[in-house]
Ligand binder design. Structure first.
Ligand SMILES: Cc1ncc(COP(=O)(O)O)c(C=O)c1O
Length: 333
């Protein structure tokens, strides 16, 4: 059934795995999931089962390691899969703090944890911050810990690899086991367009043998999926081409840099990763009215926000940015 659509999905996975995330030909699996949440949960589900089946692990010996700025889908995974989540504080750059990581992992080992599912952010939701992957993997490798590394690139997956040539959040890096990316964020595809990419021979750990009426087995969390989502992402990527998309993403980061330069000139404090299009501004500089007018996203909807974020998408015109800067300047005066 739908073999043409399946070919398109396979080609889409190939483009994402081989061209964007530098996997070797045929050395990966993947599928179009309902979103970043599902792709993250699926990866953690796979590693949990891997540790149980391959290492005879008890669930109490497995834990997730993630930062306090990690997306809440990781907490969902922890709850659903019945494995604990060790939440590590971030440093001033909103990256997982290495001293805090060392402290938390030592404690987890002391508490009997032997198997680690590490989730790093190739861009957090609120700050666009990217974890220091080398520092984290060096630590785990030095201690010869048994771990699998999943990259949550739900936000950054369709921008960071195009703006940072030096990125090692990809399958050339032997420590990376899987990546989740979302088409319905930077790619502006309709909702339902997450992707999980994972090294070969891991998907079988969640294979459902009971789906006897299905021709072909089910390895997904969601079950039935719309093929239109794969077609849609495939179309968007082909419409732009790799050079076209790179140019578009670099224009976005340039536009974001101009915006940041204007904020710096006004001595407004903000956080921004230069390869991303998110700017998190300290809330003390922005009135609630201005934030509402420009639809800025607060870090919390409960109580007083600490940060407001601006996401410079293609439709965010220079005029809109300068209008915000002018109104902010008036407020600050
Ligand atoms: C970093 C990150 N991970 C995961 C998700 C979850 O993605 P979705 O809403 O597609 O399930 C998001 C959504 O904002 C995200 O920013």
């Amino acid at each position: 059934m739908f073999s043409g659509t399946q070919e398109i999905e396979k080609n889409l996975i190939k483009i994402c795995a081989e061209e964007i995330f530098k996997a070797e030909h045929g050395q990966y699996d993947g599928y179009v999931a309902s979103g970043g949440t599902e792709a993250n949960i699926e990866a953690i589900w796979i590693y949990r089962n891997y540790f149980v089946e391959k290492e005879d692990a008890d669930l109490s010996e497995i834990c997730i390691i993630s930062s306090e700025d990690t997306h809440y889908s990781i907490h969902k995974a922890s709850n659903l899969l019945n494995i604990s989540n060790v939440v590590v504080q971030v440093n001033e750059y909103h990256q997982i703090s290495i001293p805090e990581l060392e402290r938390n992992v030592s404690k987890a080992i002391h508490d009997g944890k032997k198997y680690f599912i590490v989730v790093l952010n190739m861009s957090t939701t609120m700050f666009g911050s990217v974890d220091d992957i080398n520092a984290v993997t060096n630590y785990f490798n030095l201690l010869h810990l048994n771990y699998k590394l999943h990259i949550d690139a739900a936000y950054g997956g369709f921008i960071y690899p195009f703006t940072n040539n030096e990125s090692n959040f990809n399958f050339k890096n032997p420590d990376v086991s899987s990546v989740s990316i979302d088409g319905h964020k930077m790619l502006q595809a309709p909702y339902g367009t997450g992707i999980l990419l994972i090294r070969k021979n891991y998907m079988p750990f969640v294979c459902n043998d009971n789906a006897t009426y299905v021709n072909g087995k089910d390895y997904t969390l969601v079950g039935s999926r719309s093929g239109a989502n794969a077609i849609c992402m495939w179309m968007i990527l082909h419409a732009h081409g790799s050079e076209g998309w790179t140019k578009k993403m670099r224009e976005l980061t340039d536009k974001t840099s101009d915006f940041c330069a204007a904020l710096s000139e006004m001595e407004v404090e903000y956080y921004r990763n230069p390869y991303l299009n998110i700017v998190a501004i300290k809330s003390k500089y922005v009135s609630a009215e201005l934030a509402k007018k420009f639809v800025l996203v607060p870090d919390t909807h409960e109580g007083q926000p600490q940060w407001y974020k601006v996401v410079v998408m293609p439709h965010v015109h220079h005029n809109a940015l300068s209008q915000f800067i002018n109104e902010l300047a008036l407020e600050l005066q």
